[in-house]
Design a protein around this ligand. Structure first.
Ligand code: SF4
Ligand code: SF4
Length: 480
């Protein structure tokens, strides 16, 4: 008898990457790597790498926190996950971060774009009335939404852009973000000045993938180096809180992670960097999933390899959605940058069994940590929670003046696509998009099934025109 060449760790449901049918998936560990083994009756066996770090993978499985419910759910459970979005009552996490797409038009036509935006779609600007309706649905679900991101397409090309920001500001949203490619900010100095008026509780989420012209051309279709430089210059001038957002493609720009962190740390306005491996959805020209996909663990390993700031204990799974989100904090104090775990006992941040007990013994501390390591935490709320946390820890000399200017946060945000899709995990997704009809849908499933006309394919996937039966020899057959 011979052993299997892997350890069968757990079972979940995924999607066939070809037909998007829901299929069973084994999670298996092979050496240092974790894979999904999927089987589609039509498209056969599929093996997908989901982690390159077994220890971290297990840590993220242990990072458990009871999900938080939205005030209301929006759709019934009818066909089963992921065909009932949403949010349906089976979803396990409220919206920590909600995107509202105010247009599908854009002043770029990036070869990789999950929303398939381009200048050809500028007529798709949503009306102010519809945007107000969508904002209201978000407030209805969340009460006081943690983070709302004004997104697109490119939101700054919307003719009623300022009115939309005002409409968002009128609502009880704790933190507002502008998701932008930076062209408008770079070309108009006054634009950045005007954005400053929306602070505090406002932040720019700025596309910043590379400083190499050829790489930018491959990712964005244009050399945007000068746009990036001028946008940062204008945001620095007015100290407008900014997070750099780096879309990562394996073998293209994943060797720039350390360089980008260095650059970010030197910018007055930058409060952190978010690294996002490409989600294989929407327009994905020349994207080969076999070679170009990156897992969260690979990005984490590259951060540790390419920059000396963080140690492995610093970059931890985010309890809201630990499979897909990792986070690290540092404090920038008097020209000195210190990782958060340099200031507190790392056991408090690691979610192993031992520390879970410590959390139980010290509930306020646990609550504070969950608050800080949450997708819904903004630089200003993190600064407040960090101040409180540091005060709770007698061994720490508390820097009395911690504000969001002192926060530097690194996030790895991975989205599920047809390859790594995991029904267990998607139920915890806390980054959601407001559908124009008012539904609130996880980012992952929105881009696969619910964007534009894609929902039509759900008729088939939901089983409406299919009959599943078992043949006499037990083989599963599907009759279309
Ligand atoms: S992803 Fe969430 S909202 Fe969508 S069907 Fe699954 S549980 Fe429901
Ligand atoms: S990725 Fe962003 S900047 Fe590029 S086309 Fe899409 S919306 Fe525009």
């Amino acid at each position: 008898m011979s052993d299997r060449p892997y350890l069968f760790y757990e079972l979940t449901n995924s999607l066939c990457a070809t037909c998007l049918r829901k299929v069973e998936a084994k999670v298996v560990i092979e050496g240092d790597r974790v894979y999904l083994h999927k089987w589609c009756p039509e498209h056969r066996f599929q093996k997908v790498l989901i982690s390159t770090d077994v220890e971290y993978f297990k840590l993220s499985r242990q990072t458990l926190k009871a999900g938080q419910m939205p005030r209301k759910f929006n759709t019934p459970i009818k066909y089963g996950c992921p065909y009932d979005c949403g949010l349906c009552p089976d979803h396990e996490q409220h919206s920590c971060l909600t995107l509202i797409e105010i247009t599908d038009g854009c002043n770029l036509a990036c070869p990789i774009c999950y929303s398939e935006s381009s200048p050809a779609r500028v007529s798709s600007h949503r009306s102010l009335e519809q945007i107000e309706f969508m904002l209201d649905r978000c407030v209805e679900n969340e009460g006081e939404p943690d983070v709302v991101q004004i997104s697109g397409g490119e939101p700054t090309i919307h003719p009623q852009f300022w009115q939309i920001l005002d409409a968002a500001k009128r609502r009880p949203i704790k933190h507002l973000m502008l998701n932008t490619n930076g062209i408008r900010i770079a070309s108009d100095r006054d634009f950045a000045r005007r954005l400053k008026d929306y602070m505090p509780g406002f932040e720019v989420y700025l596309q910043y993938d590379s400083s190499r012209p050829s790489r930018l051309r491959e990712l964005r279709g244009e050399d945007l180096t000068d746009v990036r430089r001028r946008a940062i210059e204008h945001l620095n001038e007015h100290n407008v809180s900014t997070t750099l957002v780096v879309t990562l493609k394996k073998g293209l720009n994943d060797d720039e992670i350390g360089e980008i962190l260095d650059f970010a740390l030197k910018q007055r306005c930058v409060r952190g960097v978010t690294f996002q491996p490409i989600q294989h959805a929407g327009r994905a020209d020349d994207f080969d999933p076999a070679t170009d996909r990156l897992t969260l663990s690979e990005v984490r390993q590259q951060i540790l390899k390419q920059h000396s700031l963080f140690k492995p204990r610093d970059i931890v799974p985010v309890p809201c959605h630990p499979d897909c989100l990792a986070m690290a904090y540092a404090l920038k104090l008097d020209d000195c940058v210190t990782p958060l775990t340099g200031m507190i006992d790392p056991q408090l941040l690691l979610h192993g069994e031992g520390s879970t007990i410590m959390y139980e013994q010290n509930r306020p501390l646990r609550e504070l940590l969950f608050k800080i390591f949450s997708t819904g935490a903004s630089p200003s709320s993190s600064a407040t929670s960090l101040r409180q946390l540091l005060c709770c820890l007698p061994q720490v000399a508390v820097p009395g003046h911690v504000t969001y200017n002192n926060i530097f946060r690194v996030i790895i945000m991975q989205f599920l696509d047809p390859h790594n899709f995991d029904v267990r995990s998607v139920k915890k997704s806390c980054v959601h998009i407001i559908h124009p009809d008012g539904r609130i849908i996880p980012f992952d499933t929105y881009n696969l099934f619910y964007r534009d006309g894609k929902e039509k394919q759900l008729d088939t996937l939901r089983g409406g025109d299919r009959l599943t039966s078992l043949s006499i020899n037990g083989e599963r057959t599907i009759h279309a």
